[in-house]
Design a protein around this ligand. Structure first.
Ligand SMILES: CSC[C@H]1O[C@H](OP(=O)(O)O)[C@H](O)[C@@H]1O
Ligand SMILES: Nc1ncnc2[nH]cnc12
Length: 307
């Protein structure tokens, strides 16, 4: 294949982040591959710009194109910053998850509406630090407007009895080791629906970047609480090779829908616009703001807090 341009001169509003087992999406026209150096380093993979009905879509492989980044090594700030910088405001993020509830069967999809943070503070998790403090609201960590679109696309999934659950709580654990049985049962008692190692800090950073962000989870196992076999990587990968096809059907339908003119306010995240600017502006007083920190944040928001 002839090499693709390494720049793209139109804003790309929609991105898909692929997780375990989803390192590319087929069926779209590749138009460019960009790999920006952000103030937080390079993203985990080059960003593929694909065209769908004339609408550009960005695709990024969360763990790298060869799955070389462990969950705690994923450069989440660079990923979100790079996407924001090329124009992305709407992110569909896929994740392979363990099910914590009987009714969420391996191969089912879950569109979660809540997260419980069980990461251990070892991952960089904010853009607002080092002399520029901001506290964004995170009561609803995902985007209900995208959920509505995804719900309407459930019929695109194939397979007998594959269900799309339209809400749920994702437990985001540190990993990379899977949970103990006691932990798995504890998360069930907390009302956790599914478990992964990737929802955070990605969702927090997307909120700070004023993006509409929704994770779509694909159940690959029953973790280790169930009477069936305990989770291992082979089990996750096996289900992903089937689920991955379904994810591609679902994402195709979701992208068709998001590309429609009637969804232009959603894909440009008009409903999140200004949230972070407000959070920072009313926090660190002008005389306390670090010029270096401000410059970094201006990579996300050009002209941010320029008087
Ligand atoms: C390979 S099993 C554990 C791994 O799978 C999930 O990845 P992702 O969310 O990127 O699909 C989970 O979060 C762990 O990183
Ligand atoms: N059981 C599990 N725990 C954490 N992350 C997962 N990803 C897929 N299955 C998982």
């Amino acid at each position: 294949m002839a090499s693709l341009p390494q720049t793209f001169d139109r804003p790309v509003h929609i991105a898909v982040i692929g997780g375990t087992g989803l390192y590319k999406i087929d069926g779209y026209t590749p138009v460019a591959v960009v790999n920006p150096e952000t103030p937080w380093g390079k993203p985990s993979s080059p960003i593929h710009i694909l065209e769908h009905n004339g609408v550009p879509i960005a695709f990024l492989a969360r763990h790298g194109e060869h799955h070389q980044y462990a969950p705690h090594e994923v450069p989440a700030r660079a990923n979100i910053a790079a996407l924001r910088h090329i124009g992305v405001r709407c992110v569909i993020a896929f994740s392979a998850v363990g099910s914590l509830q009987e009714e969420i069967k391996p191969m089912d999809f879950v569109v979660p509406d809540q997260i419980i943070d069980r990461t251990k503070g070892i991952r960089p998790f904010t853009f607002f630090e080092g002399g520029l403090v901001g506290h964004v609201p995170f009561g609803d960590p995902f985007d209900s407007k995208i959920v509505n679109v995804v719900k309407g696309c459930a019929a695109a999934m194939k397979g007998e009895g594959v269900t799309l659950h339209d809400k749920g709580t994702v437990i985001c654990m540190e990993g990379p080791q899977f949970s103990t049985r006691a932990e798995s049962n504890l998360y069930r008692s907390w009302g956790g629906s599914v478990i992964n190692m990737s929802a955070l800090p990605e969702a927090k950073l997307a909120r700070e970047a004023e993006m509409a962000y929704q994770m779509i989870c694909m159940a690959t196992d029953y973790d280790c609480w169930h009477s069936t076999e305990d989770v291992d990587v082979a089990m996750v990968m096996h289900h992903m090779s089937t689920n991955g096809q379904n994810a591609k059907h679902l994402v195709g339908a979701v992208l068709d829908e998001l590309s429609k003119q009637e969804n232009s306010d959603l894909v440009t995240a008009k409903h999140w616009e200004g949230a972070s600017k407000g959070a920072v502006m009313y926090c660190t007083m002008p005389e306390g703001r670090s010029p270096e920190a401000l410059k970094k944040v201006q990579y996300l928001f050009p002209g941010f807090l320029k008087e």
